[in-house]
Design a protein around this ligand. Structure first.
Ligand code: SAM
Length: 339
């Protein structure tokens, strides 16, 4: 009974924000090694540390019962997790029941052709695909893998399957800044929305982030010298702000965690593949959900840990524009908390 009544409670943090969106990293492993995300020789977690698919389903389902309306599966690369479709199909019961508004995924697209139809059939309507360049050599240099063609083929397969695809592109001063207008035009020409992201100082990588940081505020000003950008009121509940590009007709998003801070409306938390809940991408605070999850088949302890976690959701992140030679703001990589 106590458990039941606790489950009725939504997830409102001390600043009055209601958590309705959970990003779930289903694995820290990835088939790419993007230079801004990982070092070339990444040490991945022992598989034994990961939550099983059943455990991931159980935690997600508790969040859904607590009022979460949107789930995004990410990683690492979610499509390299063995059995990922079993998890997607199982979670889709919450779409069928109406408890969940959206089940979606962020992927690098390398394995998308093999999964696109299954994702659509399991109830996914849209996915995000990360793509930093249309130039094969540039793509290969950033991703440390020559697989642009597979990604483009995966995007085509997703569109053919009826999935709406949004492209996510990290803006990199040296690698892709000059190519971004072409990439935006390419995306809009195919009916794809695209969002640009500032590099965030997460985890040790092999290069100095100052060399790659581009302020999207400056980039937007530059774009306004050749495009007409109109602000859109639309919000995704996240940090992206959107404009319409008159010349292409498409929608362009900007995620600017370093040059702006939109934390006052943050509705999301992030679960790692080992069951650690992070209340903010840009802060270290976390609560372990794996121990209470494994302690009993009853969800009371898990619900209590979630309550404790939400009570500590910080007011804002405190990312700073990277300073040459500085250690990363946070030691963990994006692949741990999921992008
Ligand atoms: N493998 C999937 C993918 O590539 O989309 C999902 C995980 S990946 C960590 C999610 C997103 O985070 C990608 O768009 C990636 O470019 C972005 N990302 C990774 N490290 C980042 C960083 N340090 N700063 C900004 N974005 C980052």
């Amino acid at each position: 009974m106590a458990t039941e009544s606790r489950q009725q409670h939504g997830l409102t943090d001390p600043f009055g924000r209601t958590v309705s969106y959970v990003r779930v990293s289903v694995t820290d492993r990835c088939n790419l090694r993007c230079t801004y995300c990982m070092s070339e020789q990444m040490q991945f977690l022992p598989k034994a540390d990961l939550l099983s698919l059943e455990e991931l389903d159980r935690v997600c389902s508790v969040f859904v019962r607590r009022g979460v309306r949107r789930l995004r599966l990410t990683g690492g690369e979610p499509l390299v997790r063995r059995g990922i479709m079993d998890l997607v199909r199982s979670l889709s019961r919450h779409l069928d029941s109406g408890a969940l508004d959206e089940l979606t995924m962020t992927t690098n697209g390398v394995r998308l052709r093999a999964f696109a139809t299954q994702l659509k059939q399991a109830g996914m309507d849209r996915i995000n695909v990360s793509l930093d360049s249309l130039d094969r050599a540039t793509f290969a240099r950033i991703a440390r893998s020559d697989c642009l063609d597979q990604v483009l083929d995966g995007i085509a397969a997703a569109q053919d399957a009826g999935l709406r695809v949004k492209i996510n592109t990290v803006a990199l001063k040296q690698d892709n800044r000059r190519d971004l207008p072409d990439l935006i035009q390419w995306a809009h020409g195919r009916g794809l929305d695209i969002t640009l992201i500032e590099t965030m100082p997460l985890g040790e990588v092999d290069e100095d982030r100052t060399d790659q940081f581009v302020s999207l505020t400056a980039l937007r000003q530059e774009m306004e010298t050749y495009w007409t950008l109109t602000d859109l009121a639309e919000r995704s509940g996240g940090p992206a702000r959107y404009v319409r590009v008159a010349e292409t007709g498409g929608k362009l998003g900007f995620i600017t965690p370093l040059s702006h801070n939109f934390c006052d409306t943050c509705q999301r938390v992030r679960l790692t593949c080992t069951g650690t809940l992070f209340m903010c991408l840009g802060q270290e605070g976390s609560v372990d959900l794996r121990a209470p999850l494994r302690a009993s088949a009853d969800d009371a302890a898990l619900n209590a840990a979630i309550d404790q976690a939400i009570a500590t959701k910080p007011k804002a992140h405190d990312f700073l524009i990277p300073v040459r030679g500085a250690a990363p703001a946070l030691r963990r990589h994006m692949s741990v908390t999921g992008g």
